[in-house]
Design a protein around this ligand. Structure first.
Ligand SMILES: C[S@@+](CC[C@H](N)C(=O)[O-])C[C@H]1O[C@@H](n2cnc3c(N)ncnc32)[C@H](O)[C@@H]1O
Length: 333
C-alpha cells in the first residue's frame, strides 16, 4: 500500500530510470516515507517542497539525496577503497558526513564510522537515514568555526584506520583546509590511519564541473570568478547569480559553494614527498563521472609537467576530481 508520497515510496520507482544496486532495490517504503520530508525541510529548505518534488528539477534533487549519493558511495567509493583496505570493522573518522549518504555507504560495507559535521539538521538526517537502513554509526556535531584554528586531535580519541573527506574540502576556506589536513596528519601519525578524499574538484581541471559549469574557473582569482560566473554560469543558484547573499564576502560565498583544491594544500599539509599514493582516480573502479568532462590529452600534459617538478607531483593530482587514498610516510630531510 502506498502512502502520502505514492510511487516515490517504492525503491523500484527510483531504479526505473537510474541504476540502483540490488540491495538498494530492497529498501522498504519507511526509508522513503521518513526521509522525503526531512530532505524537503532540512535540505531543500523550501516551504513549497511538496510541490517542488513533483517537478523534474525537484525530483532530480530528491533522487540525489535519497538514492544517488548513497548508491555512488556504496557502489563506487567503497569498492574503490576496498581494493586497498578491508572494509569490515574498519575504523573510520568521516569529516563532513552531511546527511549520511557516504556514511551509510561505508557502514553498509561493515565500517565503524564516526561522522562529524557542523550542521545539526544534517546530522539528524544522517542518524535517521542509518537507522532506517538498519545500519549504525556515531555522529558528532562540531562548532561552525572549529577548523578556523588548529584542532587538538585528542578530540577524536580513535584509534582510526581511515579518515574520509567525501565532497567536503572544496567547501572549506583555505585556512580551514590546512587545519583539517594538519589534524589528519596528526591522526595518521598517531594511529597509522590513511586519508581518503573523494568527489573533490581539482583546481586545475579544465572545466569547473562542481560549481559554475564554466571552463577553467577554478584557476581564476575570486573577484574574476565572481564576475565571470555572473555573466556566464548557467547555474541560477551560483552565488554570483543568486539574489540573496548567504555569506559576508564574495570570497566566502564562492568557497562555501565549492572551490577547487589542488596538490598545493597537500604539499603544505604533509610535504608532497611524504605522501604515498595508495589509490587515485586512475585506479580501477574509480569510474569517473561524465560531468567531470575529463580530457586524456590535457591530463597527460599536466602529468608530464607535474613529473618534472621538484619534488614531482603524483599523477592522481591531474584528475578533474581528486580521488586519493594517501599514506603519510615522513621521510628524513
Ligand atoms: C557536499 S556535503 C557532503 C556530505 C557527504 N559527505 C556526502 O557525500 O553526501 C559537504 C558537507 O561538509 C560539511 N562541512 C562544511 N564545512 C565543514 C566543517 N568546517 N567541518 C565539518 N563539516 C563541514 C557540510 O555541512 C556538508 O554536510
Amino acid at each position: 500500500m502506498s502512502g502520502e508520497f505514492g510511487e516515490y515510496e517504492n525503491a523500484e520507482f527510483w531504479a526505473r530510470d537510474g541504476w540502483l544496486p540490488p540491495w538498494m532495490k530492497k529498501i522498504g517504503p519507511d526509508y522513503f516515507r521518513e526521509m522525503i520530508p526531512m530532505i524537503g525541510e532540512h535540505w531543500m529548505k523550501r516551504p513549497d517542497w511538496r510541490t517542488h518534488i513533483q517537478t523534474d528539477a525537484g525530483r532530480a534533487n530528491l533522487r540525489g539525496q535519497l538514492v544517488t549519493r548513497l548508491s555512488q558511495a556504496a557502489d563506487v567509493f567503497v569498492p574503490w577503497l576496498a581494493q586497498a583496505l578491508a572494509m569490515d570493522g574498519l575504523r573510520v573518522l568521516e569529516i563532513g558526513c552531511g546527511s549520511g549518504s557516504s556514511t551509510a555507504g561505508l557502514a553498509h560495507a561493515g565500517a565503524r564510522v564516526t561522522g562529524v559535521d557542523i550542521k545539526g539538521p544534517s546530522l539528524t538526517m544522517a542518524g535517521k537515514r542509518l537507522s532506517l537502513l538498519g545500519l549504525e554509526a556515531r555522529f558528532l556535531e562540531a562548532e561552525h568555526t572549529w577548523l578556523q584554528e588548529q584542532v587538538d586531535a585528542s578530540r577524536f580519541a580513535g584509534p582510526y584506520d581511515l579518515i574520509v573527506c567525501y565532497a567536503v574540502m572544496e567547501h572549506l576556506l583555505i585556512p580551514e583546509r590546512l587545519n583539517l589536513l594538519a589534524l589528519a596528519r596528526t591522526i595518521m601519525q598517531r594511529d597509522g590511519a590513511l586519508l581518503a578524499t573523494f568527489e573533490t574538484p581539482n583546481r586545475f581541471a579544465p572545466f569547473d564541473w562542481h560549481s559554475s559549469k564554466v571552463a577553467f574557473m577554478d584557476v581564476l582569482p575570486d573577484a574574476l570568478v565572481y564576475r565571470y560566473a555572473k555573466a556566464h554560469s548557467p547555474r541560477a543558484d551560483h552565488p554570483a547569480r543568486r539574489k540573496v547573499a548567504l555569506h559576508p564576502t564574495e570570497e566566502e560565498e564562492l568557497y562555501r559553494f565549492g572551490r577547487g583544491v589542488s596538490w598545493h594544500e597537500f604539499d603544505l599539509g604533509f610535504g608532497i614527498a611524504n605522501l604515498e599514493i595508495v589509490l587515485d582516480g586512475y585506479s580501477p573502479r574509480s569510474k569517473h563521472q561524465k560531468n567531470y568532462r575529463s580530457d586524456d590529452a590535457y591530463e597527460a600534459a599536466l602529468a608530464a609537467l607535474f613529473a618534472k617538478l621538484d619534488p614531482p607531483v603524483p599523477r592522481g593530482f591531474c584528475r578533474p576530481s581528486l580521488e586519493l587514498l594517501l599514506k603519510y610516510v615522513p621521510r628524513r630531510p
